[in-house]
Design a protein around this ligand. Structure first.
Ligand SMILES: NC(=O)c1ccc[n+]([C@@H]2O[C@H](COP(=O)([O-])OP(=O)(O)OC[C@H]3O[C@@H](n4cnc5c(N)ncnc54)[C@H](OP(=O)(O)O)[C@@H]3O)[C@@H](O)[C@H]2O)c1
Length: 309
């Protein structure tokens, strides 16, 4: 099958043929991919910085939406014809920029019928990451104040939305192009991160001490930590993890595949309690351009690789 990915770590994104998916293990399904998400983490995989369990020649892509076309002997709760989304890492074969994808049933959620293939495909990684920040790393409750740094991105926006759903008072940083969208996501105040005085502005806008901060801005974790009260909690999803000072609890969050969690998050998306942008579609043959757009920060609404069916 024709896939888009790399023949060696660090190589350019190309299309090339790989073997068809191997026979399914008992806990796996085979998905006909309709759309696959493109994130800047794919560039980290491309260069060997994130071990997704398979080595090149490798199709990139670690999130997808599609239709199940075969099920393993012990794949419970799913059938051929089901519409699903997933973040199936560690990969069982090739990645998702491909016509077909093997995924363990434990990584799957059913796709809400109201949600497009494209939107479903860019949901798994940001949604799982955001939930793992809000629930598992920061344990936020509705009495607290949260600062989200880098809320203009898809993951940052979902952190804002999930915290606001809990009743948390959310302050956020974003650039001018994203400010209205972040306010609509549930932030009480949005501060432009281009202003070097944004941490002071955030503290001035808070109703009391800032209990927790989530950093989704590349290189932004140390600045995010400065807004926290002594003994506060910082969770960062970018590779810069500052040492703890003033008793701040610092957690580095790396997204984990979790089908049950993705199922709960997908239900929130289907009922419109979470919102997502409509990503820009690219054909498989333009995967290199699709990734370049994301890496250059030119695609605030997200990007997908879409297969013709
Ligand atoms: N650890 C993990 O498991 C994990 C999981 C998901 C994502 N990530 C990482 O988290 C980061 C955000 O992911 P994402 O999905 O939200 O990416 P995204 O959708 O591509 O986010 C892009 C947005 O980031 C904002 N931004 C860029 N530079 C910024 C800065 N210096 N300060 C504040 N905001 C800035 C911009 O917002 P404006 O439009 O407001 O300017 C831009 O629109 C990426 O680096 C990604 O690789 C890590």
């Amino acid at each position: 099958m024709l896939v888009a990915g790399v023949r060696a770590f660090g190589g350019e994104v190309q299309t090339f043929d790989v073997d068809d998916p191997q026979p399914l293990a008992v806990d796996e399904v085979l998905i006909e991919v309709r759309s696959a998400g493109v994130g800047n983490w794919d560039d980290i995989i491309r260069t060997g910085g994130w071990d997704v369990g398979t080595s090149p020649p490798l199709a990139l892509g670690v999130e997808a939406a599609g239709v199940i076309i075969a099920v393993g002997a012990e794949a419970r709760g799913v059938r051929v014809g089901d519409e699903v989304l997933c973040h199936p890492v560690p990969l069982r074969g090739q990645g998702a920029w491909a016509p077909r994808l093997i995924a363990p049933v434990s990584s799957l959620a059913h796709k809400p019928s109201e949600i497009s293939w494209e939107t479903a495909a860019i949901f798994p990684v940001p949604a799982l990451t955001a939930e793992q920040v809000v629930d598992e790393a920061l344990h936020l409750n509705g009495e607290e104040t949260l600062l989200v740094h880098g809320a203009g991105g898809i993951t940052g926006s979902l952190i804002v939305q999930l915290a606001a759903l809990r009743g948390v008072d959310v302050l956020a940083t974003a650039g001018p192009r994203s400010a209205d969208r972040v306010l609509a996501s549930g932030a009480r105040e949005v501060i432009d991160y281009h202003d070097p005085g944004w941490p002071q502005r955030a503290k001035a806008l808070a109703k009391g001490p800032i209990d927790a901060a989530a950093n989704a801005a590349p290189g932004g974790a140390a600045a995010a930590m400065t807004v926290l009260a002594d003994g506060g909690r910082l969770a960062s999803i970018t590779p810069d993890h500052p040492a703890s000072t003033r008793g701040v609890d610092v957690t580095a969050v790396y997204v984990r595949s979790d089908g049950a969690q993705l199922t709960r998050l997908s239900a929130l998306l289907g009922s419109r309690r979470l919102s997502m942008p409509n990503p820009r579609p690219y054909p498989l043959l333009q995967a290199a351009e699709a990734l370049a757009q994301v890496v250059a920060n030119h695609a605030p609404g997200g990007v997908v690789i879409t297969n013709d069916t």
